[in-house]
Design a protein around this ligand. Structure first.
Ligand code: NDP
Ligand code: F7E
Length: 315
């Protein structure tokens, strides 16, 4: 990739896509192209192919997806499988047809088996059953990871994937039900503190373990992976550190300044018990996360409050 490479970032209005665009601009890339969903719906084959044939980018970053937390994944499995498969198929096949030489596809660590060894190595893929709450999403992500691997093997194009752990940060979705745990709890604790409530409900038992990576660290990993001459077909991207949902909730309560009680609701699903990534493979190539959870949370809460004030936050 050179500074004038034509780079198409799909999903540029989302948390990851906007983070990647920010990082590309900061690194001096000048020929970044984007398109809104209202102009090109990436679940539709014809307009996606037309756009790619017309633009003929050198590089594509696939950060477009239907994304949500445990409730959204569990409630809308048909859309999670259908839309994510369609977007992935159209972007990967369309990129091949349009002569794109390099494509980086974003997956997720939910592709690994529910009972994978911890920390999870890349080669545990497809060794045992998936976690049921996000099976639909994971199936779509696995299919597109494999599609990239097969195009690379069969046609020699450099199509590869990154598997990030749970992400958070600038541009996240703060919807009360459909968001992930970290933005969901920031909003709930903030509203409880404002309303001087005595308790906040946290879904599940609080015992599941999760790993959280700031989107700016992920965006650096994306640029790093795009700079490798011979990147792995897929690679984990994480911090290598996890914490329980109870610990996360207590840290968010302290950052937000909520002093009441935490009430766990075990009628809500816990999801996978643990998904800590084995990050030795990406570390060996020279990338490591820089932003600690505490630092990232403080920054994210500051940005959430600013976003509430200026109306830019995704509620
Ligand atoms: N958030 C997380 O914790 C994690 C995310 N990832 C992966 O990172 C990638 C990006 O996720 P994230 O940024 O969080 O998600 P967001 O929901 O923030 O962004 C998704 C983007 O995809 C776009 N999009 C969705 N459907 C379509 C469509 N039919 N046509 C065109 N564009 C569409 C959205 O457009 P619009 O703005 O118009 O809605 C949005 O810009 C995904 O592949 C996800 O699986 C992986 C691990 C964890
Ligand atoms: C990134 C990843 O994200 C998803 O997997 P997940 O890690 O299970 O997602 P989550 O962030 O929604 O929940 C993590 C844990 O936290 C608990 N929890 C407590 N209170 C709230 C709460 O208020 N909201 C949410 N969402 N969860 C809560 C919740 O019960 C669970 O135990 C998949 O979409 C998957 O496809 C994927 O890729």
């Amino acid at each position: 990739m050179t500074p004038d490479s034509k780079i198409f970032v799909a999903g540029h209005r989302g948390m990851v896509g906007s983070g990647v665009v920010r990082k590309l601009k900061a690194a001096g890339f000048t020929n970044i192209i984007t398109v809104r969903r209202t102009e090109v719906d990436l679940t539709r084959e014809e307009p996606t192919l037309e756009f790619l044939m017309d633009q003929r980018p050198d590089v594509v970053v696939n950060s477009a997806a239907k994304v949500g937390g445990i409730y959204a994944n569990n409630t809308y499995p048909a859309e999670f499988l259908h839309e994510n498969l369609a977007m992935g198929l159209n972007l990967v096949h369309g990129s091949y047809k349009a002569g794109v030489g390099r494509l980086l596809n974003l997956g997720s660590t939910c592709i690994y088996p529910r009972e994978a060894p911890q920390p999870i190595p890349e080669d545990s893929l497809l060794t045992s059953p998936l976690e049921k709450t996000n099976e639909a999403y994971a199936l779509a992500k696995i299919a597109i990871l494999k599609l990239c691997q097969y195009y690379r093997k069969q046609y020699g194009v450099l199509f590869h994937s990154a598997m990030p752990t749970n992400l958070y940060g600038t541009g996240d979705n703060y919807h009360p039900e459909n968001s992930h745990v970290l933005p969901g709890l920031i909003r709930r604790f903030h509203e409880a503190a404002e309303a001087k409530k005595s308790e906040v409900v946290v879904w599940g038992t609080g015992t599941p373990l999760r790993e959280f990576l700031h989107v700016d660290d992920l965006a650096e990993a994306v640029l790093h992976l795009l700079s490798l001459e011979n990147p792995p077909d897929w690679v984990n991207v994480g911090t290598g550190v996890d914490c329980s949902i109870r610990e996360l909730a207590e840290t968010i309560a302290s950052v937000v300044g909520f002093q009441g009680e935490l009430v766990f609701d075990p009628s809500k699903p816990d999801g996978t018990p643990r998904k800590l990534t084995d990050i030795s493979r990406i570390r060996e190539t020279g990338w490591d996360a820089k932003i600690s959870l505490k630092e990232g949370l403080e920054r994210t809460y500051r940005e959430f409050c600013e976003g509430l004030a200026d109306g830019s936050v995704r509620l």
